[in-house]
Ligand binder design. Structure first.
Ligand code: SF4
Ligand code: SF4
Length: 418
């Protein structure tokens, strides 16, 4: 087991991460044409800014882009041209198509040595109106669809009507009109709950659209105290749902790393088999000398920067808005790199002692922003593993491998090269 060295990030690191920023996600509106029961911004959860049907202004976006462009120009990369993805997020982003079009045009005319690509998560309700533009700009689309009509029945409009018919019709239209685009740029995300199952959802999307959806459980963080019973009545466990299927083996084979146990085995092989080298450096250095940032939290802006409809700058869209690191206000970006680094280090410090004795520290994927009470004096990480927990985890992975021995070769040859 490696000895974990304490590492701190600095203001300079934050600047470098912004210079190499790979993704900006813009919350273009908090308005939505649907009112999904389990929406992270809906009745079940707390911790997000109140939804007020706001629309992000182009001025705010432009201020942020101009600020980043200056940073990007300040360090000229001599080798590869860097690439940044611009993500449009909501609410339902297509409800603010005006801003999306203006932003795309602005980015395309930036006189800067950088490539851009556009991505969007959408409920597809307005896809029929705007698909020509999305196709022309080669947007990568992530469509939210929970399977067949019954599976989709929590995704309702404001009058409580199931959105299935409209979404299905729109997606079929896109597929028929632009088959090549559809094949190359469209993916599906499905939420698992008590009205669908892994098998039904996966099979439906595969048969109808020739795609393998990502199937996600309901988010169990930030549930309102008075909604816990309702949450558990709606919740469906992914592994349980999969293993209760009559076609479990065939389905597991097709879903591959989408199977929770296979995903767990994948990270086990990656970190503990000794046979995986993430890059050439891993071949050259003694891994025990490497320093690890504790917890599985990404460093600020190493993955993305999220701008909320209220102008807050946050690490990503999955965490509470109270963790804002800065903002865009009155034509100015307020982002103090030293403050961002200090705040991040302070959270790491709070968990350091616990992480030090934790047996999963080497492959930890726990984001500290979702540890209950992280803003308090002594937060406790519920994902902590002692020696026995770790042995149990190890056995779980090995048993899964014993049951499906072909997975080893498949993971090594396919998953690591993806
Ligand atoms: S959830 Fe946490 S680890 Fe994941 S991208 Fe967001 S901040 Fe980073
Ligand atoms: S699981 Fe929790 S205690 Fe263990 S290393 Fe990760 S953050 Fe630290």
């Amino acid at each position: 087991m490696n000895i974990m060295k304490k590492i701190k990030i600095t203001g300079n690191n934050i600047e470098d991460l912004l210079i190499n920023l790979g993704q900006i996600t813009l919350e273009v509106t908090d308005a939505c044409n649907l009112k999904c029961k389990y929406c992270a911004y809906g009745d079940l959860y707390s911790g997000y800014d109140v939804r007020e049907n706001k629309y992000l202004s182009f001025e705010t976006v432009k201020t942020l882009i101009d600020y980043l462009s200056e940073l990007w120009k300040s360090k000229i990369s001599t080798s590869q041209i860097p690439k940044t993805h611009i993500g449009f997020y909501g609410g339902e982003p297509l409800m603010n198509i005006k801003l999306i079009k203006k932003t795309v045009e602005y980015i395309e005319n930036l006189n800067i040595r950088r490539n851009f690509a556009f991505i969007m998560t959408t409920n597809a309700m307005l896809l029929d109106r705007y698909m020509n533009f999305l196709v022309e700009k080669k947007f990568n689309l992530l469509i939210s669809l929970d399977g067949d009509s019954e599976g989709q029945s929590y995704r309702v409009n404001h009058s409580g009507r199931n959105s299935f018919d409209i979404v299905y019709r729109n997606v079929k239209l896109l597929q028929a009109k632009y088959p090549q685009y559809f094949e190359e740029h469209v993916e599906f995300n499905s939420v698992l709950h008590n009205r669908n199952s892994v098998e039904r959802t996966f099979t439906f999307i595969k048969n109808e659209f020739a795609k393998k959806p990502t199937i996600a459980e309901l988010n169990s963080f930030g549930i309102r105290e008075d909604k816990i019973d309702e949450f558990y009545a709606t919740y469906n466990n992914k592994a349980k749902s999969l293993y209760s299927s009559d076609n479990c083996d065939k389905l597991s084979d097709e879903m591959f790393v989408g199977v929770p146990q296979t995903k767990e085995l994948f990270s086990f092989l990656k970190y503990y088999s000794g046979n995986v080298f993430v890059n050439y450096n891993y071949l050259l250095f003694d891994k025990s000398k490497l320093k690890y940032i504790t917890t599985g939290t990404c460093s600020p802006f190493s993955r993305k920067l999220f701008l909320t409809v209220n102008g807050k700058i946050i690490q990503c869209e999955r965490i509470h808005h109270s963790f804002a690191l800065g903002n865009v206000e009155n034509g100015k970006v307020n982002l103090d790199f030293e403050y961002v680094a200090t705040r991040f280090n302070a959270y790491l410090d709070k968990l350091y002692k616990q992480c030090l004795t934790c047996f999963r520290k080497q492959y930890c994927n726990q984001c500290f922003y979702s540890i209950p009470g992280i803003d308090g004096e002594k937060p406790t990480c519920n994902s902590f593993m002692n020696k026995e927990d770790f042995e149990e985890y190890k056995m779980r992975c090995l048993n899964h491998l014993n049951k499906y021995p072909k997975l080893y070769k498949k993971l090594m040859t396919e998953a690591f090269t993806e």
